[in-house]
Write a protein that binds this ligand. Sequence first.
Ligand SMILES: Cc1cc2nc3c(=O)[nH]c(=O)nc-3n(C[C@H](O)[C@H](O)[C@H](O)COP(=O)(O)OP(=O)(O)OC[C@H]3O[C@@H](n4cnc5c(N)ncnc54)[C@H](O)[C@@H]3O)c2cc1C
Ligand code: SF4
Length: 324
Amino acid sequence: MKNFEHVDARSLAEASRLLTEKPSVAIAGGQDLLCMMKDGLLEPARVVNLKSIPGLSRIVYDEAKGLSIGALVTLSELEEHPAVRQLYPAIAQAAGLVGSPQIRNLGTAGGNLCQKPRCWYYRGHFPCLRRGGDYCSAAAGQNRYHCILGGDPCYMVHPSDLAVPLVAFGARVEIAGPKGRRSVPLEEFYVPPRVDVTRETILRPGEVVTAIVVPPARGRISAFVKFAERGAWDFAVASVAVVVQKGEDGKLMGGRVVLGGVAPVPWLAPKASEALTGSELSEAAFGRIAELALEGAQPLAQNGYKVPLTKSLVRKALRMAVNA
Ligand SMILES: Cc1cc2nc3c(=O)[nH]c(=O)nc-3n(C[C@H](O)[C@H](O)[C@H](O)COP(=O)(O)OP(=O)(O)OC[C@H]3O[C@@H](n4cnc5c(N)ncnc54)[C@H](O)[C@@H]3O)c2cc1C
Ligand code: SF4
């Protein structure tokens, strides 16, 4: 690892200044950043510590405003928070399925949303469009863990478990930077490879995530399911979050179906989400929604298995949500 200076930021304004003065990166829990630096994938002159900024570690629930998750809230805190568990179970479930207890104790919500791709060609110094190379090694290479939706020219899968239920709940990301503050829907925070293959998020130089704001739960029910090759300490091969509302007639009143591990961004499945409205709570109806969720999937040579796998996760997530 190359030498770098480590500076504690005392405020958001100071963090923005420190991040723009010289080639710098922000650090929160360090669970991803330090891997990137040790592997020589990032060589900043300065590492700016966000944990020294007060006020970013709070979870606040307000019935009218919803849930505010500070960027420095750890995944363990999120998993264990009573209001999150009760009203936003899919978020608690996703936080609780990240990596291992050690990673969840240090890893933060903001860092989880901003972590870098896990594509083994990207991490392994192989030719990679995202890293400025002239072709994607995964397109014709070892691509069993790569994407089946929204790929081309880059087939990575978005690595954050937490982003999947947050998009399903319609969360917004609060951002602070040199030009002030802004707030964007989480699904617009991520940059699809067709728009810009070299960026994962819309963050501009000097900007940091300060919080994630989730609208009031208001009777919505939810579930998150994840399939990984190992029971723990593993990224999703595929995951699904559903957030739905049940009507008095026993049918669903709408909601969102979001897929993880199968696309370069958390994949909001629009037709499946629309089909929730008026849907019966039957296996046949859940099967139709699962088919719609995977409509348009274009598997690569080695990852066709992700299509039936993800369909079964959609059905399972719907069953879990309505039976909770
Ligand atoms: C072995 C292992 C297994 C893992 N398994 C999973 C898993 O199953 N599911 C999953 O989702 N993740 C997994 N991860 C990733 C881990 O969850 C994330 O790395 C962790 O949540 C990142 O949080 P952090 O605070 O440590 O981020 P850091 O490592 O500190 O930062 C990560 C990135 O985000 C940027 N960043 C951090 N905070 C902010 C902010 N507030 N604003 C703007 N940019 C910011 C940093 O500059 C850096 O680029 C795993 C990691 C490891 C090492
Ligand atoms: S899939 Fe994306 S990250 Fe992986 S090698 Fe191809 S361009 Fe790079």
